[in-house]
Design a protein around this ligand. Structure first.
Ligand code: F6R
Length: 609
């Protein structure tokens, strides 16, 4: 949520900041700005809207320099406007900052600072930081920042420059992620690794309570008390091509098409066909602790929550362990009924979602075993759990999660098999049949992706729809939720995901010829029940699209349109049913001219509560 970027070196900083901001734009895009330093005062350029608007501003009103900072915003305090866009400054314009996060009780600080004579120009919480630093500034920027930190509560990653203590960027972290990139005689700062891949793969992740002073000669790390720290250099193995569109119109479409690769990568090295086993020793949890697990609680938000719900069906079915899937934002305020035989799994693509992280931190008092299912190895969630099961989806740029959803389902299926193996609740033949089917999934998805014209044509019929109902049962109930979420977030069409069996308890009242229904109907153990639910809708003039197996001939006569998927072991059908629903949402949104990769009001990494 909000992206920050910075550079110090010999090159012109402006294109580096702008390109970096474009890579971070998925984190927030309601306004953007940069501040650069040449020989004179700090020069700021800001604009309401996307980075492209800022580029236009820079064409009219050029700046240059060889160090500076930039920001792309997702508004929390103060509406999106040029005035509220970062970078923000103190009274004099000598101290300029960018900030990701939220400053708690900032109004108290603002009142106090105003009383002391500071003049505020924005509605943001961020501006208090600039004035606080101004208050403590004598000669040395990092000293002033350090003193200011003592008065700040909340979550913040802040980068600061000053024309009174030049040629340095001071960076602090207390919450949101921030990284230092180490180039050759040049240094970068960024909210994530994506903008750095073009320049360097050597990075340092700051921890909470840490500070970096980045100068032309090198970087000094310390904690907030000033104690010097020696930091580990991490090497990133993502490559720059991973964050390009590679000929696709949108990142979302590219990422949907990447799913076969993502599933293969997430399975790679974790399955032994000889032994008929899943190999997950890498997660780092002792098998004897795993054997004692009697309950699993999965914490997640949004799409990760929906993948976790699929995981619940996998684990309960295969390992026979009860699973509760909880919205992290709710669970964090609950009475945690957990013990040492509970496994808490935090599922998060980014590993930085504030609610998931906060819930995880809060429940640790109960000392459960903790595991992260995560796509970013260096993220806070991945680092704060005892075990880590990586999803190997690669960077996901489209704000709407697609390939990471499939990667999370894959990881959770592997976890289910691993738990079942260790607690011996699953016989070898059953395990082997799931393992074999898992390996066939990428090819089956490829076959769906090889014939999308019909789906695109069907989707385009609904570009003027105002509502949509998504129905699924059993393991496909979460897919109904996810299908509806995808449609809502990228096309802005209101959609509800519902368990089909619940229809008659209320939502059926909504059915008329303006409420189309997407019914997920693989031939599983409750197929007949789903067919009854479909009949109930048809009897009330509802339009029904069914997602059904290729060999299901009887469904044709019972619905208005059918989307075909290859047959698969029913428990694993969510891997296939999800793909046409992602594409359906994509084609509708693209045909409506919506900003598919950066839907309004959203940000990919939600690092505020
Ligand atoms: C929806 C979407 C969000 C995220 C949610 C959790 O397409 O992307 O709902 O799934 O914000 O994010 P992570 O998985 O990073 O914790």
């Amino acid at each position: 949520m909000c992206g920050i970027i910075g550079y110090i070196g010999k090159k012109n900083v402006v294109p580096i900041l702008i390109e970096g901001l474009k890579k971070l734009e998925y984190r927030g895009y309601d306004s953007a700005g940069i501040a650069v330093v040449d020989d004179g005062p700090i020069l700021r350029r800001r604009a309401k809207g996307k980075i492209s608007v800022l580029e236009d501003v820079l064409k009219q009103d050029e700046v240059k320099g060889n160090y500076g900072i930039g920001h792309t915003r997702w508004a929390t305090h103060g509406r999106p406007s040029e005035e509220n866009a970062h970078p923000h400054q103190d009274c004099t314009g000598d101290i300029v900052i960018v900030h990701n996060g939220i400053i708690e009780k900032y109004m108290d600080l603002k009142t106090q600072l105003s009383f002391e004579g500071h003049k505020f120009q924005t509605e943001t919480d961020t501006e208090v930081i600039a004035h606080l630093i101004e208050k403590y500034f004598q000669e040395n920027l990092e000293e002033a920042v350090r003193q200011a930190m003592e008065h700040l509560e909340g979550e913040f990653a802040v980068a600061v420059i000053s024309s009174r203590d030049r040629d340095k960027i001071v960076l602090v972290k207390q919450g949101p992620p921030v990284i230092v990139g180490l180039g050759e005689n040049e240094y970068f700062i960024s909210s994530d690794v994506n903008p750095l891949l073009l320049y360097t793969k050597d990075v340092v992740f700051l921890n909470d309570g840490e500070m970096a002073v980045i100068e032309r000669e090198g970087v000094t790390y310390s904690d907030f008390s000033g104690k010097l720290l020696k930091k580990k250099i991490d090497h990133i193995n993502w490559n720059p091509l991973m964050i390009e569109k590679s000929g696709f119109k949108h990142f979302m479409l590219k990422e949907i098409f990447e799913q076969p690769r993502v599933i293969r990568d997430t399975l790679k090295g974790r399955i032994s066909m000889d032994k008929g086993k899943v190999l997950l020793g890498e997660i780092g949890l002792p098998p004897e602790r795993i054997k004692s697990i009697r309950r699993v609680v999965i914490l997640a938000c949004g799409t990760s929550f929906n993948a976790s719900l699929v995981g619940k069906y996998f684990i309960e079915e295969i390992a026979g362990i009860p699973v509760d899937v909880e919205y992290a934002s709710e669970y964090r305020y609950r009475n945690f009924i957990l013990d040492k035989n509970s496994l808490v799994v935090a599922v998060s693509q980014s590993g930085e979602t504030a609610d998931t992280l906060a819930a995880l931190r809060a429940l640790k008092v109960k000392k459960p075993l903790t595991l992260a299912v995560c796509n970013v190895e260096s993220s806070s969630i991945a680092r704060e759990t005892a075990g880590l099961l990586m999803t190997h989806a690669g960077p996901e740029i489209g704000v709407a999660a697609t390939k990471t959803f499939s990667a999370q389902m894959t990881a959770l299926m592997l976890l289910a098999l691993y738990l079942g193996q260790i607690n011996e609740s699953m016989d070898k033949d059953t395990g082997l049949s799931y393992i074999k089917e898992l390996q066939r999934i990428p090819t089956k998805i490829e076959s769906i992706l090889s014939q999308t014209e019909g789906l695109e044509k069907l989707a385009k019929k609904f570009i003027s729809a105002s509502h949509f109902l998504y129905l699924g049962r059993w393991a496909n109930y979460p897919i109904a939720l996810e299908g509806a979420l995808k449609l809502k977030e990228i096309s802005y069409i209101h959609a509800e995901g519902y368990p089909s069996g619940e229809m008659k308890h209320g939502p059926i009242a909504l059915i008329d010829d303006n409420m189309p229904t997407m019914a997920i109907a693989p031939k599983d153990r409750i197929y007949e029940k789903i067919m009854s639910n479909i009949s109930e809708i048809k009897a009330r003039s509802g339009y029904v699209i069914a997602v059904a197996y290729e060999d299901d001939k009887e469904i044709e006569a019972k619905v208005d349109a059918v989307i075909r998927i290859p047959a698969i072991l029913p428990l694993l059908s969510p891997f296939l049913t999800t793909v046409p629903l992602q594409l359906f949402a994509y084609y509708i949104a693209a045909a409506r001219g919506a900003d598919v990769d950066q839907p309004r009001n959203l940000a990919k990494s939600v690092t505020v509560e």
